[in-house]
Design a protein around this ligand. Structure first.
Ligand SMILES: Nc1ncnc2c1ncn2[C@@H]1O[C@H](COP(=O)(O)OP(=O)(O)O)[C@@H](O)[C@H]1O
Ligand SMILES: [Mg+2]
Length: 301
């Protein structure tokens, strides 16, 4: 039995009569303390997959289990961090985290709670901004606050839904390092969604592509056999990095081509009907012979 497991899951949206199956026959096994990246194109169903893992979305068929227990609803053992910051704008960083911590750990004393929250704010290097409201923070800082909030709930599984895709390259690298540090120190199980091959190879133990939807499914994994910690500065010269990057990129481009080909072939399967001839008798189209209209009373002098 794996720590986290999805078995033969399908997820659809819409009424039974007109249901779109977004995810089809999803099978995934994640071991404790593993770092798994799921990579896919926009609209493929990545967030739907994350919601499925987090218990926010129930499968039409199949099952999701953590340590053998069926995931039926969201719970504190599954910490989902969204693509957009999802912080409450009227609360400070501290208060945003406090709200979540109060819900999950209601029995903590005020001082224990404060210590706990500050520990995670410090972990993401936001201590000087603890009292700031989201609008006073940069995108990277908001995303760090959001990460601190997720971590403060001490989930067994961290579900990161494209946590870094809205950030500039430098901030993105910085946060990648912070997430890796936290993961290496704290030993958590992580499933991260990304659309960036370099990011996936730098961070993950395994990379699993999600095919293009509808009926997207998980393709065969790529295992990242590279020692840790991985040094981003020398990564580009690492033969295994180069090999994996080329292989994954070519696989993803192949998916894209296949999906475009399918889209084109479906547009050619139109009914074979001969268009009706709507052409008019040529005389009526011959405007050259038209007489000029009399200018009439509307003419301006
Ligand atoms: N609640 C929903 N109701 C109907 N359709 C949805 C819902 N959530 C997602 N979808 C559809 O499912 C597909 C995958 O969406 P999503 O999982 O957000 O993709 P991704 O995260 O890969 O960009 C899209 O076509 C989207 O429109
Ligand atoms: Mg998404």
């Amino acid at each position: 039995m794996s720590f986290l497991e999805i078995k033969q899951a399908n997820v659809g949206f819409g009424p039974v009569s007109n249901r779109t199956e977004v995810l089809s026959d999803i099978n995934l096994k994640v071991e404790e303390n593993e770092f798994v990246a799921v990579i896919g194109f926009s609209g493929a169903g990545k967030s739907t997959l994350m919601n499925l893992l987090a218990g926010l979305q129930r499968p039409d068929q199949g099952s999701v289990t953590v340590k053998g227990q069926l995931v039926k609803e969201p719970g504190p053992h599954l910490g989902l961090m969204f693509q957009n910051y999802s912080l409450l704008p009227w609360l400070s960083v501290f208060e945003n985290i406090e709200l979540a911590v109060k819900t999950v750990f209601p029995k903590l004393s005020k001082s224990e709670r404060r210590e706990n929250i500050m520990h995670y704010i410090d972990m993401v290097k936001l201590t000087p901004a603890a009292e700031k409201k989201p609008h006073e923070l940069s995108g990277g800082m908001r995303q760090r606050a959001s990460l601190a909030r997720t971590l403060s709930l001490q989930p067994e599984v961290l579900l990161l839904d494209e946590p870094l895709s809205a950030l500039d390259a430098l901030t993105r690298s910085e946060l990648q390092d912070q997430i890796l540090n936290i993961w290496e120190k704290d030993k958590r199980t992580v499933v991260m969604i990304t659309n960036d091959v370099d990011e996936a190879v730098l961070m993950a133990d395994r990379i699993i592509p999600l095919t293009i939807g509808p009926q997207a499914t998980l393709a065969e994994e790529f295992r990242v056999n590279m020692e840790r910690p991985r040094d981003r500065h020398t990564l580009n010269d690492h033969p295994e990095f180069m090999r994996l990057k080329a292989e994954i990129t070519s696989f993803m481009m192949g998916l894209n081509k296949e999906s475009k080909a399918n889209a084109n072939s479906s547009s050619t399967s139109m009914p074979d009907i001969k268009p009706k001839d709507f052409s008019l008798p040529s005389a009526r189209l011959d405007f050259r012979n038209r007489k000029a209209k009399p200018s009439g009373s509307r003419s301006v002098a």
